[in-house]
Design a protein around this ligand. Sequence first.
Ligand SMILES: [Zn+2]
Length: 494
Amino acid sequence: MINEPKTSLKESKIVKNLVRKFKDSKDLLKEKLSNFDIKDLNNRDVDKSTLKRVLAGFMVVVIIGLGYTGYKVNEIRTRAFDIYLGENNLGSMRTQEEALEIFNEVKSELCEKYDADVVLDHELIFEPTHTKDDDILDPSDLKKSINSKVGFLVAGVAITVDGEEIGVFKSEEEANALIEKIKEPYLSDYTEESMPKEVNLVEDVQTVKKQVSMNALSNEEEVIEYIKNGSEEIKTHIVEVGESFWTIARIYDTSVDELVLANADKDPAKLKPGDEVKLLLPTSVITVETVEEIEYTESINYEVKVELDDSMYKNQKKVKVEGIKGESKIKANQIKHNGIVVDKQIVNEEILQDPVDELVVQGTKEVPKTVATGTFSMPARGRISSRYGMRWGSMHRGLDIAASYGSAIKSADAGTVSFAGYQGSYGYMVEINHGNGFVTRYAHASKLLVKKGAKVTKGLHIANVGNSGRSTGPHLHFEVLKNGVHQNPSNYVN
Ligand SMILES: [Zn+2]
């Protein structure tokens, strides 16, 4: 700041006035002299005193003029400026330009030293003064003085996320480079051709110019770490003997699910003493959103249509036309947040193959009680006295149920009586064909209550327990045959 001396205008007026007065008295003297005839010199009547007065006046004016000129020369010669930096008086210099040059030198040296655009906290202020040569500052002393007293800030660039500052850097380039670094891990899986068509930041991320002190500049690594893990400090727990995610979750009042998420690198089943378990789920401060176009085929399910048929029983169903799945080609925008798919927006769907509906025929006829249900019930009440299998060197092909003589034998399932009568070692026996591949036999009866050809329901009283045929006491010998082959009845009755 160059301050023009305020007094200069006033001074020059004074000088002009003096010069004018000096001229006036000179003119007056000339006039007097011209009126003064040389012939009058010898004239006794000449007024000598008048001449003396004029000369004396002239001498006074000359002396004053010379004195002032001397003063003026000295005044100009000692002109200087007091230099202030804030409140500090640094000393005096003859010109402002010289001081400013040194000031700018200090500034550019600081810029160079810190590799940053520095802003000094004060500018130089100048006040006009007069100083003898001896008291004028040496330029190198002024430089030392500025260096020791000046404070400075760096013209930095802050990164804000939704208005909250997360770090300050030396330049716009540095700030932008950091933002690019945050995106990097989510772009590394792509080739140049498969690059996502959009890469956005979900939060409002801005760079803002900001002056800060040198030590308030951020460390890039620390800021990246903060962005990745969020504001919450991640604590760790060292696993002790017998601990699991479940017990650790109880200690810290968190959930097992959260621990599993926060420790994706660990298998919860293989936690060992000494393992470190992270306790907080890191939440990223900046969310990198990628939008990529993907193409895939998807199968289209067929519809099932039902046709009713009154010639079939209600519990009968058959497939008349087999359904075939269709296929479509889908183009979609897949949106990922920090590498995790969060949404898929279908852009186009092209059907490659239409599905073929399935046609099912469903019976409507009421199912008669004489049609087999497919499951068997116990045909008599009593103790199991002999099971199916090898017995005394020969095969026993049925299940023996010891029961009191004359107690009821009931059909194990519905069907048609295919034999009722006496047959060798079986004695009195009933055989029922269930119409579904199964045949059951009830032997050693004392009395038969059904005849061949009769339709029977499940649980119908068909005969009484006896001791006929090759039998050693009253019991029911029960057989189950599937497609003519003997089965272990224990596998069917319950
Ligand atoms: Zn038997």
